[in-house]
Write a protein that binds this ligand. Sequence first.
Ligand SMILES: [Zn+2]
Length: 366
Amino acid sequence: MNQKTSVMLIATVSLAASVGRAESPPLRDEPQRRHRILQELGPKFSLHATDHFLVFFDRQRDWAIQRGRLLEKSYNQFYGMMHEVGWPVRPLRHRLVCILLHDRARFVEYARTTDQLTEHWPNGYYSSGTNRIAFYNDATAEPLRKLAAQLRGRQTQLDQLYLRLQGMHAPVRPVERANLDARIRTLQRQLDSLHRTQWLVVERANASKATHEAVHQLAFNSGLQQRGLAYPFWMVEGLATNFEAQDLNRPFGLGFDNPARRTVLRSAVRRNEMVPLEQFVVIVDPRKAAEAHRNLLYAEAWGLFRYLFEHHRPQLMQSFRSYATKPVEGGDALRRWFTDSFGPIDAVQARWMRYLGELRAFSPQP
Ligand SMILES: [Zn+2]
């Protein structure tokens, strides 16, 4: 989520497992709105509409349909859990808009022209200015391009070996033939493994950001958060990171594990690299931080939100209300507001650190 663009666990297992499809009144169709957005995006775009989302895409209808299913899943998890824990949310008033750009380059261009986002780091975002989410297919991201280059290299070697095999004329010494066969088998195994890695990395990155950005959008359209307000980083990103799904075959959302964030956080705890709560709770916009540090901040937001959800749930709900009623600005005021909501920062820090120390004992939910 980008704010400037105006752009938990054990106790909740049965809760989250019981979440079903959230009930809501049907949303009315909005042909004029659809038409206007299609006009704005240009002739390369098409529309895939789901029950609660309008997915505009520039390539690959199949991918758009899969993203639509994932967004609906995020909707069900979000509303289901909010109803289960009794947090106040209102039904959506209209379908939410998602812009899918297949290539990263086109995504960067869209982010720059539509939301004046010039940073290189976002791989997807929710803009409270346009009230849209936008992201690209991670298959076109830089690390995946490198993996694809490795794959192409291995495939070329394999093709050359097959050609040699075909070109061998009898009589071929058995040992020579066996050596060539063994090299082909090894290369084929490496290729299969690289393909699996590539598929997994792409799937996880795409699922994680779609669920993350969808939850920002749902929070700001359900009344849990108010558009136009700059929330503390821990609050807005803590909520979204707690809904990130990497493996869509497993349940996700509040109360479920997030192995990627947990791994970063546990490593920071071991190395004593955590940003102290005193400083962490006043962060609003960390975009200028280096990438590695930003990853740590997101992991801390995940861990703090999870801890507060488990151990200070009523206060956490109340903090959403109080912030929306009376937004807070400035470091000292944010620190005071946090203390008023959850108690003295030193005491919360001590309990939170104990909680994080035990986090390693938590296994992913079945
Ligand atoms: Zn975010």
